[in-house]
Design a protein around this ligand. Structure first.
Ligand code: SAM
Ligand code: DTB
Ligand code: SF4
Length: 335
């Protein structure tokens, strides 16, 4: 397996991926860390900060999400934030050492009337010297091109789970809809950020199918692996509260990160939502398994995140340092 260090294969089979998942844990970790070191600066983790620029009231029915109108979480729906307030928040993220600012909207897709404000946000954040990322739901070709022209660096659009499991989680759109937006974003020349959620009660084979779907496309520059943040009032949050055994096992979570690293060697693998309730030891194993990006700050979009103080303490314990934007191996390889 480690013969293939220099190429990013897009022909992985599900059987090969399942075999990786089955490896003895230490063999899997060793393989993942070896591949990691061949392609990425060791002991460096990229920092991104999230801001919810439009919270709640989303018409989609994603079973994990507290921003859906179908969830009964009491979250108040808000309007799109002012550009000025977004830029203030970006300036704070920059001061706190973040290299990328990710703006998220609880939309099925942006309306054309929203685009001028969105474009101002991209331009303004970029002018501060931060990398920009947006996640706004499904995009048309034209919207993707408008965002590219504004200088958007990354677009986040998760496939979330395996194609087979998709309809168990979301019924208001299809897996194919997701792929179409990813194609539009890629064709417009924007870097792709796409990953998903584990711990939704899915099977190991769904985790295999999920990573396989990502590895079959031109590999996303960023692959966020989220552990479900269970929120009361969402379908999946309530399911987990009733069946605690469905909660993802930490070792299985680390295995998922390691397999992502091995099959998408050049991508940044982001240890995303769920760190707040994860032990330091589990996070350390994720870094060992090749995760090299996190969300910083005490908030994700609407739920709690680990927080800068805790992260600084963990980085100090582990001898990990924040990565500078220019050391993203995938982008260098693509140049
Ligand atoms: N509405 C847009 C969309 O769905 O693409 C953008 C925002 S949406 C909140 C971004 C991603 O956050 C989702 O695709 C999902 O992977 C992740 N997410 C949402 N709620 C989550 C939760 N409770 N736990 C873990 N990840 C979550
Ligand atoms: C991603 O994969 N995870 C982030 C980001 N992309 C937009 C969002 C996590 C959201 C967790 C639930 C919340 O805070 O609302
Ligand atoms: Fe809407 Fe995105 Fe939440 Fe789904 S994940 S309900 S699309 S905000």
């Amino acid at each position: 397996m480690s013969d293939d260090l220099t190429t990013a294969r897009t022909d992985w089979t599900r059987e090969e991926i399942a075999t990786l998942f089955d490896l003895p844990f230490n063999d899997l970790l060793f393989e993942a860390q070896t591949i990691h070191r061949a392609h990425h600066p060791r002991n460096q983790v990229q920092l991104s900060t999230l801001l919810s620029i439009k919270t709640g009231g989303c018409v989609e029915d994603c079973g994990y999400c507290n921003q859906s109108v179908h969830a009964e979480t009491g979250l108040k729906a808000e309007k799109l934030m002012d550009v000025r307030a977004v830029l203030q928040s970006a300036a704070q993220a920059k001061d706190a050492g973040s290299g990328r600012f990710c703006m998220g909207a609880a939309w099925r897709s942006p309306k054309d009337r929203d685009m001028p404000a969105i474009i101002e946000m991209v331009k303004g954040v970029r002018a501060m010297g931060l990398e920009t990322c947006m996640t706004l739901g499904m995009l048309t070709e034209k919207q993707s091109q408008q965002l590219a022209a504004a200088g958007l660096d990354y677009y986040n659009h998760n496939i979330d789970t395996s194609p087979e499991n998709y309809a168990n989680v979301i019924t208001t759109r299809t897996f194919a809809d997701r792929l179409e937006t990813l194609d539009n974003v890629r064709a417009a020349g924007i870097n792709v950020c796409s990953g998903g959620i584990v711990g939704m009660g899915e099977l190991r084979e769904d985790r295999v199918g999920f990573l396989h779907a990502l590895a079959m496309m031109p590999h996303p520059e960023s692959v966020p692996i989220n552990a479900l943040v269970p929120v009361k009032g969402t379908v999946l949050g309530d399911m987990l509260a009733d069946t605690p055994l469905a909660k993802i096992d930490e070792i299985e979570f680390v295995r998922t990160v390691a397999v992502a690293r091995i099959i998408m060697p050049l991508s940044m693998v982001r240890l995303s939502a769920g760190r707040e309730s994860m032990s330091e030891a589990c996070q350390a194993l994720c870094f060992m398994a090749g995760a090299n990006s996190i969300f910083t700050g005490d908030r994700l979009l609407t739920t709690a995140n680990a927080g800068d103080d805790k992260d600084a303490a963990l980085f100090a314990k582990l001898g990990v340092e924040p990565m500078q934007a220019s050391t993203n191996a995938h982008l260098e390889a693509a140049e």
